[in-house]
Design a protein around this ligand. Structure first.
Ligand SMILES: [Zn+2]
Length: 73
């Protein structure tokens, strides 16, 4: 009888441990699926630094990394 109680306690402990691990790993999986979509990169026509499209300074159809480089050409 003593071993049966010990066996039940161990089983319940393992179930709680697995449940807590599942809850801990779930947000990590959700985080990785919420990554922003990849964005095209453009090389600055002045210095060659690659800049995300949303942060480019455009002069005509040429991308630049900053307004100074856009002015210098
Ligand atoms: Zn530049």
């Amino acid at each position: 009888m003593k071993y049966l109680v010990l066996f039940v306690v161990v089983i319940v402990g393992l179930m709680l441990f697995k449940k807590s691990q599942r809850q801990r790993s779930a947000p990590g999986v959700r985080k990785s699926t919420q990554l922003p979509a990849p964005e095209p990169m453009h090389a600055c026509r002045h210095c060659g630094v690659h800049v995300p499209q949303s942060r480019c300074v455009w002069k005509g159809d040429k991308p630049y990394c900053c307004s100074d480089h856009a002015r210098l050409g």
